[in-house]
Design a protein around this ligand. Sequence first.
Ligand code: MEV
Length: 423
Amino acid sequence: MSKIISGFSKLTKQEKIDWLSKNYFSSQPEIIQTLKQYWNADEKLQQLHDDFIENTISNFYLPYGVAPNFVINGNHYVIPMVVEESSVVAAASLVAKFWSTRGGFKTEVISTTKIGQVHFMYQGNADDLKRYFNQQKENLFNATASITKNMEKRGGGILDIKLVDKTDKLDNYYQLHVTFETKDSMGANFINSCLEAIAKAFRKEGVEIVMSILSNYVPNCLVRAEVSCKIEELGGENPQQFAEKFRQAVQIAEIEPYRAVTHNKGIMNGIDAVVLATGNDFRAIEAGAHAYASRNGSYSSLTHCEIKNGLFRFWIEIPLAIGTVGGLTALHPMAKLSLDMLQNPSAPELMQIIATAGLAQNFAALRALTTSGIQEGHMKMHLMNILNQLQANREEKELMVAYFKDKTVSHSAVVEKFNELKK
Ligand code: MEV
């Protein structure tokens, strides 16, 4: 039987599920019930989610948690986080509280420029092309007038259009490299619409447009977040030793790509969770962050640490092209709620909050890694997942959590103790 189907998107939701069930789950009729279990009882709300993408057949839950006690530039925040990894929200909360009594997080937006490019081929004379571009430049701006009108009212728009000769890298390859200010929107649709209008206006014989698309590499849409305190304020038994070991951990991530990738992954645990909670595009953020981490030719840490004159400083610099208007931000009720929780920030304010979440996450990871190791805390948080897998009831969970309070959690130890309890 062929499993290739035409016109699948035209089927009703029920027909899609029936087709899936018949073709891929013939011995598991219960999947229909599982899929339906996750439908929202409010039909209007479900329809909203159905319409986000094509072929929606159900919803996929991720936990929505909050990390309180963040102090950023003197303002207090509870940060919403959407993430499945057990220890992320706990770590963020712990670190937020820690720094709240040490001056909090200090942040600044360094720049907010976004980029898009029209990629094209031209076989003729480069000087002729330059002349043509200079003649056309004003027309290119004019060609986007109807698109940029509203954005200009909000203080944004196209900042510049440059012709770039890339023929030394690829025969006949040129670009129109366009810089944008998109204010509180991420601006992906705005940028792509402008680029397509520019490409159309730039067409002439000999100019072969290949594609017009924004770049997710945004090194000039950059934010910085920092924490600092006197070394003795770091607390613990030996704060000097802690600070030095912590700095060594950062230095290792600065020069060793294998470590840097994991180090930055930990940062993205915090960043993505807030990006998701606020309805932003985490794939764009991931791609841009990792490209930035490699900007000097070798993949490196996004955070840095300094110990100078008795002061410990730890900071992150990361490009974040996000929005607080447009996209899903107003459409998804939970994204809207997240932005309300954050006191309806502008895009630059949200950049600072997100960078803070990334820095906090990295601080938590490095503090654990350079002291007790991460498994202790991680497995404690993971205990509940194991208990759920074992289908423990509430009473069993309470007993198990109490039992493992002062013991090492491992999958086998939990299973063994659980079986003992069951007897
Ligand atoms: C786990 O999700 C993240 C860490 O591995 C990050 C790190 O090693 O820095 C703990």
